[in-house]
Design a protein. Structure first.
Length: 74
């Protein structure tokens, strides 16, 4: 038997929010709002990594040309 998992603080707040009946258009707006929020957080973290590692546009070009595939054995 799998142990029950507790809800996170975010999940609890969303459960409270979704206890109200809202129009489908409002639900779409909320989904977009949440998506944009997390995209912004991911972008902020990427900017932080970029600065910490002194990455440049040349770094990105190098990555684009890397071939990191695992060779298949015959």
């Amino acid at each position: 038997m799998v142990p029950a998992q507790k809800l996170t603080n975010l999940q609890l707040e969303l459960v409270k929010l979704f206890s109200y009946k809202i129009a489908d258009s409002q639900l779409i707006e909320i989904k977009l709002l949440l998506g944009n929020y997390f995209a912004e957080k991911a972008s902020e973290e990427m900017d932080k990594l970029w600065d910490e590692n002194n990455w440049t546009e040349d770094t990105m070009k190098e990555w684009a040309n890397e071939h990191l595939r695992t060779p298949y054995e015959s």
